[in-house]
Design a protein. Structure first.
Length: 116
C-alpha cells in the first residue's frame, strides 16, 4: 500500500513547460493534495537520440502549487496539454523549480541498432 506523504510517489504525467515552470493536469487525489500543501516534489524527464547514440536526463526539484488565476487557466486550456486518462483532469499544477540538474551521456562505438 502506498503511504502518501511518507514515501515518494512516482507517476507518469504529461507536462508542459511554461516559461520556467513545469505544468501538469490532475484531478482530486495525491498530486493535487501535495500541491495544496506546497509539498516538495521532483520531476524527471529522459530522452534518447538513437541516431547520435546520446541519452539525457533532467531532474527538477521544487514546490508544487495549484494554478488558480483565471486568466492563466484560460491560457493553459488552449495548449495541447492533455491527460492520458479518459477522466477529466480539470486542475492544473505547476512546479516552481528550486534546482535543475541534468546530464547528457554519449557512448561511443555502439552498434546502430543498440536501442532495440
Amino acid at each position: 500500500m502506498d503511504a502518501v506523504g511518507v514515501l515518494p510517489s512516482i507517476v507518469p504525467v504529461n507536462y508542459l513547460l511554461d516559461n520556467d515552470r513545469i505544468v501538469i493536469r490532475t484531478d482530486a487525489g495525491s498530486k493535487l493534495a501535495a500541491a495544496l500543501r506546497g509539498a516538495p516534489v521532483a520531476f524527471e524527464v529522459d530522452g534518447v537520440d538513437q541516431n547520435h547514440q546520446v541519452g539525457w536526463s533532467v531532474v527538477v526539484r521544487g514546490r508544487a502549487e495549484e494554478i488558480t488565476d483565471e486568466d492563466k487557466l484560460a491560457e493553459l486550456r488552449q495548449t495541447p496539454l492533455l491527460a492520458w486518462h479518459p477522466r477529466a483532469k480539470p486542475r492544473y499544477i505547476q512546479i516552481n523549480p528550486s534546482q535543475v540538474i541534468g546530464r547528457r551521456i554519449k557512448i561511443a562505438g555502439l552498434p546502430p541498432d543498440w536501442w532495440g
